[in-house]
Design a protein around this ligand. Structure first.
Ligand code: NAP
Length: 329
């Protein structure tokens, strides 16, 4: 008998076929995210679950006594209640590596958009405001040969550092809890303590996972340490930044601009005052959103699911749950 799984995300036909070959499956066919009551019913007899960002908590696990694996179509996994999953021996997998370059490209899109004011000036041209006489109004800030400060230089962070160093001749500083001497040698980047990085950088990119340690990592004190000419980019998760403090830092010109892909609440309320500021560039959480990369992520997530329910140990288990052997719990 094939293992039972539930697919809560939309997958292309070839991926569905691949899952069908190995598993007995049901899938969510409605619009948008599956409502929680539907999901709780669907998980009652499955061993595997394919999701994107849905909260996996004690309540869901209580409804899923046979569950062995939750496969997330994402590299971030702050939607996992790690303790609850650990207690139940449920492993969680994610999709590292395949999105690194795509997210790093978006980071540079945000850096250039904010520093060179591309969306603002796009509107300037389209609204017929462009006059040959007023060119000083259009000036931005150079990114090349400036200092990039990366908070969280992991897989994606290294791809950002590479672009900064070799593409834009930037001086690259980084801060992690653990220094990375090999990356320092290969990429020519420098380990710098948190406060010093905030003080020295022209562009600060936040790329950590969301954890209890990184929640509100950047708040009023951190913005005060930054240069008044600094640009702040958040592509990690919205909750890593105190959004009220960011708004104030932008309004009071403690920093020059911000590029945002992620928000405390998603979708962000269209009346949020931060959206009214000309020195903020926003995109709707599209870090990994290219057709090719999203396809690759779904493929990796489907393979993680199938491998876990068919006893193949080679899945991308998230590091906080890596030591769990469900057979022994
Ligand atoms: P990763 O390889 O695990 O890198 C994370 C880095 O953050 C590591 O270098 C880690 O180093 C550092 N870090 C963790 N906790 C920290 C702390 N308290 N203080 C300072 N540094 C800390 O992960 P990744 O694949 O690069 O992805 C990073 C995150 O990006 C994901 O978790 C996700 O939230 C986000 N993301 C967003 C998008 C998007 O669409 N916007 C797309 C993909 C990923 P140490 O452990 O040594 O501290």
């Amino acid at each position: 008998m094939k293992p039972k799984v539930f697919i809560a995300v939309s997958v292309p036909p070839e991926i569905e076929k691949y899952i069908a070959k190995h598993c007995d499956y049901r899938k969510w066919e409605g619009e948008g995210t599956i409502p929680q009551d539907e999901l709780l019913k669907e998980v009652s007899n499955v061993e595997g679950l394919l999701i994107q960002g849905i909260k996996i908590d004690k309540k869901l696990l209580d409804h899923a006594p046979n569950l062995k694996i939750v496969s997330n179509v994402s590299v971030g996994y702050n939607n996992f209640d790690i303790e609850a999953m650990r207690d139940r021996g449920v492993i969680g997998t994610h999709t590292p590596y395949v999105l690194d370059d795509t997210v790093a490209d978006l980071v540079f899109g945000l850096i250039l958009s904010t520093a060179r004011r591309i969306p603002e000036l796009d509107q300037y041209v389209k609204q017929g405001k462009w006059k040959k006489s007023d060119e000083t109004n259009l000036y931005g800030t150079d990114i090349h040969h400036s200092t990039l400060g990366l908070i969280g230089m992991g897989r994606i962070g290294e791809a950002i550092a590479k672009r900064g160093k070799f593409g834009f001749d930037m001086d690259v500083l980084y801060y992690n809890r653990t220094p990375k001497p090999k990356a320092e040698k290969e990429l020519g980047v420098s380990y710098t303590h948190f406060k010093e990085l905030l003080q020295k950088s022209d562009v600060i990119v936040l790329m950590t996972p969301l954890t209890s340690e990184t929640a509100n990592l950047i708040g009023a004190n951190e913005f005060k340490l930054m240069k008044k000419t600094a640009f702040f980019i958040n592509t990690s998760r919205g909750q890593t930044v105190d959004e009220g403090a960011l708004l104030e830092a932008l309004q009071t010109k403690e920093i020059l601009g911000a590029g945002l892909d992620v928000y405390q609440q998603e979708p962000i309320n269209p009346d949020h005052p931060i959206l009214r500021l000309p020195n903020v560039v926003t995109v709707p959480h599209i870090g990994s959103a290219t057709a090719k990369t999203r396809q690759d992520m779904v493929k990796v997530a489907a393979e993680n699911l199938v491998k876990a329910v068919t006893g193949d140990k080679r899945q991308n288990i998230v590091k906080d749950l890596a030591y769990i052997n469900p057979d022994k719990v």
